[in-house]
Design a protein around this ligand. Sequence first.
Ligand code: B12
Ligand code: SF4
Ligand code: SF4
Length: 383
Amino acid sequence: MNELATLIRQHAKEHGFDACYFSRPIIKNQDKEALNHWLEHDYQADMTWMSEEMRLERRKDPKSMLDGVQTVICLAMRHTPPAYDLETAKASKEQGIIASYAYGLDYHDVMKKRLKALAHDLDDVLGKHAQRVYVDTAPVLEHALAASAGLGWQGKHSLTIHREHGSYLMLGEIFTTAYIEENQAASQHCGSCTACLDVCPTRAIVAPYVVDANLCISYLTIEYKGVIPRHLRAKMGNHIYGCDDCQMVCPWNRKITPVDDLLMANQTHIRPMLSTLLVFNDDDFCQHFRKSPVKRTGRVALLRNVCVAMGNSGCPDFIPSLLQASKADESLIRIHAIWALSQLINESAHVLQQLNDLEKDESDDGVLQEIAQCRQEAIASAA
Ligand code: B12
Ligand code: SF4
Ligand code: SF4
């Protein structure tokens, strides 16, 4: 590697980045075609911004993001890996699972600040040049650029894997008009492994490298704000915010070293008690998840997820708090609380009685529909 690249890497390290690689601002044709294919199948679900023409064109052409851009500096920052193994997490059913990237501060804020500070330092190193920093939300095909830069290859779960650091990483980029010699593109190291495809609870990895967001628990619990499709609820287990399952089984995450987590993992966000979350009002929620990415999802969607996790818990102790939640102001919470109750109450006759009681005071179409479906199921299971 040349002197300039070495110097930039040193600066990147000082700003807390664990990996720093360089690419030309070009997306390969096969990546453009794969993105088209993904959108044609509606794998983006409700994230309609992904198929907006202008944003799509920009995603396929990094040169459209900054006039005269010559180099994309691809950076990665590690975060604390999941603080438990898959079996333990799934077995402690009174607790919810939060994805490890969300244990601490919101990476968008932390990384953007660090990218800007690094970019500022690079002004001295690169001389007169223009630059822009991006993390996550911009129309940038981050995996494809990271792979071209040699930062890591795209695993079959679709995430970027660094040979040494694994995949518990967040990605960010600095686009610059300065020319920095590019690294060699990353090579593939998944081999014949299919562990991530096999473990995915909802079979969201519909083919190697292709994730259907409609089925992905990460999408359902974070991005999606509607009623969780009934056939997916039981498969969500106790995941209440995001999902790391496909990364937890990956052999490339087995040997990672301890991380100096700049997102500052917060112990109270690691597998919180479901019963504590379900009674959160707006103030409790905002205070508890201040500066956390969970805040972006909002209280109502989080409580929806908590109800689903309670429904999957097999713990009848949750019934009183779910009965309370089935009278919440928000119909989204009521719908999922009613479903959860129907999963936890053993006797069909008792379920039917609760449903009749709830129906009396209900006027929302969505909730009435849920009651009708739960009733049908209770009758079928009694027969
Ligand atoms: C939309 C989005 C999602 C969606 C869709 C995910 C997806 N796989 O597309 C949802 C909400 C489901 C999601 C979930 C998660 N996300 Co997300 N997400 C994004 C976002 C904003 C865009 C991704 C995108 O463009 N998808 C569209 C598809 C078509 O793109 P793609 O997956 O890169 O597709 C490529 C492959 O299909 C490939 N391909 C197709 N066929 C073949 C064949 C071969 C042989 C090869 C090699 C490649 C290949 O070509 C395509 C184009 O390059 C990026 C940030 C960004 N701006 O890029 C973050 C990002 C990918 N997410 C991230 C994270 C952390 C997650 C979660 C782990 C969070 C969690 N713990 O819950 C999960 C993981 C779920 C998963 N297995 O993907 C990180 C990933 C970090 C890393 N190590 O890679 C990113 C990069 C954000 C960031 N800045 O750090 N995410
Ligand atoms: S994040 Fe979870 S649901 Fe999504 S692809 Fe990975 S294992 Fe499947
Ligand atoms: S689990 Fe196996 S197939 Fe999936 S990304 Fe890791 S190495 Fe590749």
